[in-house]
Design a protein around this ligand. Structure first.
Ligand SMILES: C[S@@+](CC[C@H](N)C(=O)[O-])C[C@H]1O[C@@H](n2cnc3c(N)ncnc32)[C@H](O)[C@@H]1O
Length: 281
């Protein structure tokens, strides 16, 4: 049968959907079956597979499955992001969290800060955090600061490492900050070395977080990612975060994401326009 005539059966959708949720946490909504089939047909063609059952088996069992996941993930994820997204939360970070963290660190005789942007997409969140830390004036040259961006999608990480953006990314950013932290080349904006100095990117999956295992993050920011996950996987990700944070560590979730639906070991702190969380204990 010509490939364009191959239809994804309900059972095939269910198998792929369950496998995607188990691998990456992402929930494929009912009603997306047709769209998914359209996106996957070129994969079937390239791999010379006859139907979606074959594709499911390829993804699950073939020696090429890791490489296939790398191709599939960008077809499934929403990578929408921009600089200074959800500014009310960022104000809490700048005005409340950073000064408190600095004080606590100094009291403990430490001068290091570790931040994880989990689900960082093309890097705008990571560079925004670097700008906020620099603007806060809390951390001078003798502080060891590291802001790590992590994402499952290698394609967006490549863009993050390049750090080249267009005007569209800055609609929520004050112009003087764009001028200070990015260098204009025609219609492109390139992050300046002072933002690169504290930042880095790594590929990883929130469901296991092996790529950052053993690290301790004072702040984890995971915004507009868990909305695409089911409850069980949200709980799993939060347990993973808990294992990467010291007691008192701060967690920022997206505006529409709350811990109310989980049994997490985080305490909510309410501020005007923003809720953030602190690890208990
Ligand atoms: C909508 S973007 C959010 C970007 C940024 N945090 C923000 O709020 O603007 C969601 C990102 O989460 C990533 N993502 C989805 N599932 C993931 C997983 N299991 N592990 C790591 N990253 C994941 C996607 O690749 C995508 O880049």
């Amino acid at each position: 049968m010509p490939l364009e005539k191959v239809v994804m059966q309900a059972e095939e959708f269910r198998l792929i959907k369950e496998h995607v949720a188990a691998f990456a946490g992402l929930v494929l909504e009912e009603g997306t079956q047709r769209g998914l089939a359209t996106k996957l047909l070129p994969r079937l063609e390239e791999l010379r597979l006859r139907n979606f059952t074959d594709y499911y088996c390829y993804l699950k069992f073939s020696p090429g499955r890791d490489a296939e996941w790398r191709r599939l993930v960008p077809l499934l994820t929403n990578n929408e992001t921009y600089f200074f997204r959800e500014s009310s939360q960022l104000s809490v970070l700048a005005q409340e969290v950073l000064p408190a963290l600095k004080e606590a660190k100094l009291a403990a005789g430490e001068r290091s800060i570790r931040i994880l942007s989990a689900g960082c997409s093309s890097g705008e969140e990571v560079y925004t955090l670097a700008m906020l830390l620099l603007e806060s004036g809390c951390f001078s040259w003798d502080w060891d600061v590291r802001i790590t961006g992590l994402d499952i999608d290698e394609r967006v990480l490549d863009a993050a490492r390049q750090g080249v953006y267009t005007e569209r990314s800055f609609w929520a950013t004050e112009p003087h900050l764009v001028q200070r932290y990015l260098k204009r080349h025609g219609d492109k904006f390139v992050v300046r070395p002072m933002l690169r100095k504290w930042t880095g990117f790594t590929q990883g999956n929130l469901l296991d977080l092996a790529s950052v295992a053993g690290e301790r993050f004072d702040i984890i920011i995971c915004r507009n990612v868990l909305i695409y996950f089911g409850d069980d996987n949200v709980k799993r990700v939060l347990d993973n975060f808990g294992a990467l944070q010291p007691p008192g560590g701060y967690l920022f979730l997206g505006h529409s994401e709350s811990l109310a639906r989980t049994q997490a070991s985080y305490l909510p702190l309410r501020f005007p326009g923003a809720i953030i969380y602190r690890k208990r204990g």
